[in-house]
Design a protein around this ligand. Structure first.
Ligand code: SF4
Length: 631
């Protein structure tokens, strides 16, 4: 038995209903570690370029890593990859909860899914066994209902279930894969791909433990982490008020996207703060397997005829942004209800809320009228309208809802050039609630990231600026970042930070660890402990350099996938809106991304990555990363 991993990858051929177990050698695990790198390995080997994302030939991978299931904070996450139906580029999405660790306890490190079942099925993994079962009776049912029905059928309330909801079945392009009814592989439409394969759910249960090389060290890390939650103000904020704890600060700094990213400060932010949630509708906190931070929120409320139920958890910061400030809505209960609908139907709250905000701006500007909205007065701040449109999207019940369910970029292509000016998408993915106009390094990462605008693919500017906290700078120095630039700078040193932290975050998504617990700067654990974790779990004598190389490997594999699909520098671009000065009030009024500086940053990033000026990895770089087979 290897340390840290089970040594088993399950291959599921849905077309022929054949399941096989592969036992890759140790060298495979040490090279790819897990997550996106492992998923991309199978996708690049098995999928032809130009494959339709919703055809049976798309390959869908669920990957844990060599540290998933180890009893320490922030390791229970799973990465899902496939070609994305929203962008046509690689899709990539992470989720936490108890499902990821349970996959390991059930005896598997990952699952590679190909083909399409003739009728709906679910996959049942239990103690090293795997089988496909009929799911016809579950098709069309909400995530809450399916979670309860499957637990009853399998006779065990501890079964963990990752599933698609009715939205994915109906073809909402930004559908998610939901586990625990409230954790999502939300981004890039991975739920839509899963539903296109007639795979309703993956249910897992196992009683095995992950065997580690140095259990004493793991216990030490776990104890240190539990103790340090209170000593780290950023992490303590998450523990006390969840990710919503940053609403106030983001708003004060002018980076709380308001009215579809037109302004950076929202007059109704007070009502969306984590502190407000705690004081009004919070029922309790929640966690992922073995995590001492407990950042998840569970809320309960009733208002205006709708009921917010605890089973759906509570809104994250991003959701409070997209359904709140993006839409000009300051109603915490309404946003929580929108979050509940997204979880019950299975859609990404970021793309969904942002698409509604985009439509609101088009309506306010007269680009569309009540003729298109079907009589809805879709003004910013109209809570009832937001919830009505959300219902139409997840059910695809009206022409307007059907159109919006394709995401804002496809909608804009129909509504014309004026609508395109309202877009906040990169590679068709709606931007999250961290503004690249203010956090300059995000301008680069949003542009070059393989799967579009993403806030969890690099460290944010405030960690590496003059006057930043000692802890951040001490940790970043381990990667050679010792010369923090002034606040707001977007010069060469900021770009270096952006590239290096992009690589570090790619490592985190390769190890499938939580980026609130593990990271290069502000988190509970830093780079030193990240190395310790991999060593203690696997027994390998790894160094930080070796691990960073694994992060770089994942970035290059995603880049090669995109190149094969025709993506290059021309696609590493930001929407026109980000170059327009921000309106409204606050410190970000008049601030914009500088186009010339962004192009320079892209040049520098490509050069550091050893990619061509067109963004194509060089043979030399691929060979250096043991990816010669892709050159
Ligand atoms: S910090 Fe929050 S999201 Fe991350 S593992 Fe812990 S409970 Fe889960």
């Amino acid at each position: 038995m290897p340390f840290g991993y089970t040594g088993k990858i399950l291959h599921v051929d849905l077309t022929n209903q054949v399941l096989t177990i592969e036992n890759p050698p140790e060298a495979f695990y040490r090279t790819y570690l897990g997550g996106g790198a492992m998923g991309l390995y199978y996708i690049l080997k098995g999928m032809k370029p130009g494959t339709d994302a919703l055809s049976p030939d798309n390959i869908l991978t669920f990957m844990c890593s060599v540290v998933t299931g180890v009893p320490v904070s922030g390791q229970s996450r799973i990465c899902v990859n496939a070609k994305s139906p929203t962008s046509g580029a690689i899709g990539d999405s992470q989720a936490g909860g108890f499902f990821p660790a349970e996959v390991k306890f059930a005896g598997f490190d990952g699952i590679v899914i190909t083909g399409k079942a003739e009728k709906p099925v679910y996959l049942w993994l239990h103690n090293g066994e795997a089988e496909l079962r009929d799911a016809t009776y579950l098709w069309g049912k909400s995530t809450r209902t399916v979670d309860a029905m499957l637990k009853e059928e399998l006779g065990d309330p501890k079964v963990q279930i990752a599933q698609v909801g009715p939205a994915a079945e109906k073809g909402v392009l930004f559908s998610s894969i939901v586990n625990m009814v409230n954790r999502n592989n939300g981004r890039t439409g991975m739920g839509t791909v899963m539903a296109s394969k007639n795979l309703k759910a993956v249910a897992v249960r196992g009683t095995a433990k992950v065997i580690t090389a140095d259990p004493k060290k793991i216990t030490e890390l776990a104890r240190q982490g539990a103790k340090d939650v209170k000593n780290n103000p950023d992490v303590d904020g998450l523990a006390n008020h969840g990710t919503a704890s940053v609403v106030g600060y983001q708003n004060d700094m002018g980076t709380f996207p308001t009215r579809n990213y037109t302004e950076g400060q929202f007059e109704g932010a007070e009502m969306l703060k984590g502190e407000t949630m705690t004081a009004t509708i919070l029922k309790r906190d929640d966690t992922c397997f073995s995590c001492a931070v407990r950042c998840k929120r569970v809320v309960e409320a009733e208002k205006d005829g709708y009921k917010v139920e605890p089973i759906f958890g509570g809104p994250e910061y991003e959701t409070l942004g997209t359904f709140g400030s993006y839409c000009g809505i300051d109603d915490m209960v309404a946003v929580s209800y929108a979050n509940q609908i997204c979880n019950d139907y299975g859609v990404d709250t970021i793309s969904c809320g942002a698409t509604i905000a985009f439509a609101m701006e088009c309506y306010e500007k007269g680009i569309i009228s009540q003729k298109e909205t079907g009589g809805i007065d879709l003004k910013f701040g109209n809570t009832k309208a937001m919830l009505e449109v959300l219902d139409q999207i997840v059910n695809r019940s009206t022409p307007f809802g059907m159109l919006l369910s394709l995401g804002s970029a496809r909608v804009a292509a129909q509504w014309g050039p004026e609508a395109e000016k309202c877009l906040i998408t990169v590679k068709n993915q709606e931007a999250p609630a961290h503004m690249p106009q203010v956090k300059k390094s995000l301008a680069l990462v949003y542009a070059v990231n393989a799967f579009g605008a993403d806030h969890q693919s690099s460290e944010h500017d405030w960690m590496y600026e003059e006057g930043a906290a000692e802890l951040y700078l001490e940790r970043l120095a381990l990667m050679g970042l010792t010369n923090p630039p002034p606040a707001g700078d977007f010069g060469a040193e900021k770009v270096r930070f952006s590239t290096l932290s992009h690589i570090f975050y790619s490592l985190l998504d390769t190890l499938t660890v939580c980026q609130f617990v593990w990271g290069p700067a502000w988190t509970l654990f830093g780079p030193v402990e990240t190395v310790d974790l991999v060593k203690a779990s696997t027994g390998w004598d790894v160094t930080l350099d070796e691990l960073l190389q694994a992060g770089e490997r994942r970035l290059n594999m995603m880049r090669v996938f995109n190149n094969r699909e025709g993506f290059s520098r021309k696609d590493d671009k930001l929407p026109a809106k980000f170059f327009e000065p921000l309106k409204g009030v606050g410190p970000s009024e008049g601030v914009a991304v500088d186009k010339e500086l962004l192009e320079k940053a892209i040049d520098q990033h490509y050069a550091s990555m050893k990619w061509s000026n067109e963004g194509i990895p060089s043979r030399e770089k691929l060979e250096e990363l043991q990816l010669g087979w892709l050159a």
